[in-house]
Design a protein around this ligand. Structure first.
Ligand code: CA2
Length: 154
């Protein structure tokens, strides 16, 4: 059994409280339950986190890299929120520790404002799930676990 890390960036703590027309009415606690159910089905354990602080997210990514190499973590499902569009530092952190990441966005960022069309995180992600609502999280967990198995990391 290994850990699946699910990271959430700024403002995702507001999920379900405002903007239901964009992000739906599911809360982040509900998303955690969805993720826990899928991770358990796949025989692994979940570490689910959210932060509004770039440095805290960088520290979590740095700590996860060695955990992946030690075989204790499979990588991260990561919704970077608006950091996707702004943060070279988070992009470099993922590249720096070679963390396997599947990026998730709840909304279809490509159907929204132009500034949401580019993600620095996508450049270093193994894959991206966009615009499928919160069901993107369990889909991304499944993909992360299958990619790890294909890489020979179980
Ligand atoms: O669609 C996504 O998952 C996003 O990552 C959500 C971010 C946004 O900046 C990205 O472009 C796309 C926003 C996080 C949630 O922000 C909320 C703000 C108000 C109410 C509820 C959520």
């Amino acid at each position: 059994m290994s850990t699946v890390l699910v990271l959430n960036g700024p403002n995702l703590n507001l999920l379900g409280e405002r903007k239901p027309e964009v992000y739906g009415s599911t809360s982040l606690a509900d998303v955690e339950r969805l993720c826990a159910a899928r991770t358990t089905e796949l025989g692994h354990e979940l570490s689910f986190r959210q932060s509004n602080h770039e440095g805290e997210l960088i520290d979590w990514i740095h700590a996860a890299g060695p955990e992946v190499r030690a075989g204790r973590c499979l990588g991260a499902v990561y919704n970077p929120g608006a950091h996707a569009h702004t943060s070279i530092a988070l992009r470099d952190a993922i590249e720096g520790v070679q963390l396997p990441v599947v990026e998730v966005h709840i909304s279809n960022v490509h159907a929204r404002e132009g500034f949401r069309h580019h993600s620095y995180i996508s450049e270093v992600a193994r894959g991206v799930v966009v615009g499928l609502g919160v069901r993107g999280y369990p889909l991304a967990i499944t993909a992360l676990v299958e990619l790890a198995a294909e890489d020979g990391r179980r």
